[in-house]
Structures are given as structure tokens and as C-alpha cells.
Ligand binder design. Structure first.
Ligand SMILES: [Zn+2]
Length: 334
């Protein structure tokens, strides 16, 4: 029996009788992280990393049977040793390592290798089979140093202040917003955030992550001068009447997709900041090498291209189907 198989409900470990990030309700789910496409409601029991407990509880408030474990500690699931290891994607994000009679399989979920003060750094794990995401799995995707991106955001904000414009930055509410909040220079001016982001900030703080303050927009009176502020908002707020209160605005989007000019144009924002919580091409290739895996299964993103590239390098690689969306919802949703 192979340790991990594909199924209609997602990746399944038949020996351990559990699924990893199942798409449909199942008996036992191991969850890599609290993004909506990975942490889905309706399953009977969930196992996840303790570091992200409160973010996951906010995402899945009605779940009765949660088991939270420390990174690196082993749980036996019907004889399969399961442990969770930092994925560096967001607070509490985990790779799932499973081992049975010496065979080791690792599922990454979403991951990145860049520094992120809001979560534990990705830990490469040696394995026989490595199941990797490939959201940005093309050689054109190469991220700048995060500090250089934060410098650009700070400069854009200062320029807007001088022109009397409110800086509105669209960024995914859970994960990316907190990373940006912890990276920007908050001495430039006051920072405010949309309610969805404030809710995620509170969950992050309950998980022990320190974040600068972001004010509640709804608590400001009508005469408030927004022009010195930076406002963080989810991409869905773009084009809504919610934006009207800020007067003259400059709009920007922070996403890995901002590196592609066509997508940037379609978003109709004034500025795009290329920052992602997924690996770029060099880090993807480096990580696969570090795992020393004989088999690489490639899932959501440019999986066909990545698998073909690996095959050309002599790696046994295959594409597996997925319902994960990666950063698509950040860039493509209205
Ligand atoms: Zn994610």
C-alpha cells in the first residue's frame, strides 16, 4: 500500500486513515494552514499546528474536535507517525511529514523561504516523496528582498502624504496583511485596517505574534483627515462604496501576481508591490533539491511546467490535481 494517494476528497493516507487539507468533509483532516482553500469546514476531527490555533479557530468556529500539536512532535495515526513542521507561509502554517516503516512523505501545503517575522521559518525535511505547491513555479518569478519591497511601500506612502492622498493598500486579510503591518515603517503616519484584517490581527495576537497597532476605520468621525494614513484592505474592498470615505486615494496591491504586467493592468491599481507568501522559482528548485526526494508530486500552480522541468533534470515528477487556489483569490477576486 502506498503511503499517500490522490482521492476525490484530496490527498489521502490510507494506512493512517486521514486526509491532508481535504476539499470535502471527512472523518479525519490534517490541516496545513488557516487559509480558506486549505482549512475547510465540516470534517469530524482536525489536527493542526498549535502555533496557529486561534487563527484556525477563527476560520472554523464550529469545529468541536480539534487537536493542536507543537511543531516537530509526533502523533501516531493508525501506526503512521505524523508530525508538523514550519512551512514559513503564515503563522501556524505546517508541512505534514508522515512516516511508516521507514518511508517518508512530506506535503508542503503553501510555503516560502523568505524571512517573515510573523511566522516560524520553513524547515527543509529529507523525504522519499515530496508533495510541493507550485503557485509561482515559472522562472520569471523571482522575489526581491522583502526589505526592498517594504522600502518601496514606505516611499509610496510618503509621496501620497505629500500630495494629500490617502494610501490604500489591498492585501489578503489573513497572513499577508500581518506580514506587511510588521514590515512597514509605522513612524510615517497612522495605520488603519478594514474589519476583516482587524479580526485576523486579533487572532494573530492571541497566537503570540506581536503586531503594530492598526486603527478601526469605523471609529473615526466624519471630519477625520485620512490623507496621512495608510489603510490596509482586502482586495474585495476595491471598487466598493467603502472606499469613498477616504477622499482622494492612491490604490496599490501587494501580491506575487503584481510581477506580471498584464495582471497588474487588469487590477486597475496605481501601484503593484511584488511580495508573496509562496516560494519563487529559485527557492522552489532549491527546496526540492534539499529534500533529496526521489519522487516529487507537484500541485497547485504551474504544476505541468514544474513537473516537466524536473523530469528533464532526471527527477521522477508528476502532476497531481488540486482545488487549492493559492494566491488567485488575492489577485483575481473582485
Ligand atoms: Zn495559503
Amino acid at each position: 500500500m502506498t503511503l499517500l494517494t490522490e482521492s476525490d476528497h484530496g490527498l489521502y493516507c490510507p494506512r493512517g486513515r486521514f486526509y491532508v487539507d481535504p476539499w470535502q468533509p471527512v472523518e479525519r483532516a490534517v490541516v496545513t494552514h488557516a487559509h480558506a482553500d486549505h482549512a475547510r469546514p465540516g470534517s469530524q476531527a482536525y489536527l493542526a499546528a498549535k502555533a496557529g490555533e486561534h487563527i484556525l479557530r477563527t476560520r472554523l468556529p464550529d469545529v468541536a474536535s480539534f487537536q493542536f500539536v507543537e511543531y516537530g512532535s509526533t502523533v501516531s495515526m493508525n501506526g503512521v507517525n505524523v508530525s508538523l513542521h514550519p512551512a514559513g507561509h503564515m503563522t501556524g502554517s505546517a508541512q505534514v511529514r508522515m512516516e511508516y516503516r521507514g518511508e517518508v512523505v512530506v506535503v508542503t501545503g503553501d510555503y516560502k523561504r523568505q524571512a517573515d517575522p510573523t511566522c516560524a521559518a520553513f524547515e527543509p525535511i529529507k523525504c522519499h516523496t515530496f508533495v510541493t505547491e507550485s503557485t509561482f513555479g515559472l522562472p520569471i518569478y523571482r522575489w526581491k528582498n522583502p526589505q526592498a519591497v517594504f522600502d518601496d511601500i514606505n516611499q509610496w506612502w510618503r509621496t501620497n502624504q505629500q500630495a494629500g492622498r490617502t494610501s490604500v493598500l489591498f492585501t489578503y486579510a489573513v497572513g499577508k496583511s500581518q506580514r506587511i503591518l510588521s514590515g512597514i515603517d509605522t513612524s510615517i503616519g497612522p495605520v488603519f485596517a478594514h474589519g476583516a484584517i482587524l479580526k485576523a490581527n486579533a487572532a494573530y495576537r492571541r497566537c503570540g505574534v506581536e503586531l503594530p497597532e492598526a486603527g478601526n476605520i469605523l471609529e473615526q468621525d466624519k471630519t477625520f483627515d485620512w490623507s496621512r494614513t495608510l489603510v490596509l484592505a482586502p482586495p474585495s474592498a476595491r471598487g466598493s462604496t467603502w472606499l469613498r470615505r477616504f477622499g482622494n486615494v492612491s490604490m496599490a496591491m501587494a501580491s506575487g501576481w503584481m510581477g506580471v504586467r498584464g495582471i497588474r493592468r487588469r487590477r486597475v491599481v496605481d501601484r503593484g508591490f511584488v511580495i508573496s507568501d509562496h516560494v519563487d522559482w529559485p527557492d522552489l528548485m532549491q527546496t526540492i533539491k534539499e529534500t533529496e526526494a526521489e519522487n516529487v508530486w507537484v500541485t497547485h500552480g504551474y504544476s505541468a511546467q514544474v513537473a516537466r522541468h524536473l523530469q528533464q533534470q532526471g527527477v521522477a515528477a508528476k502532476v497531481i490535481k488540486t482545488e487549492f487556489r493559492g494566491e488567485v483569490e488575492e489577485a483575481e477576486s473582485p
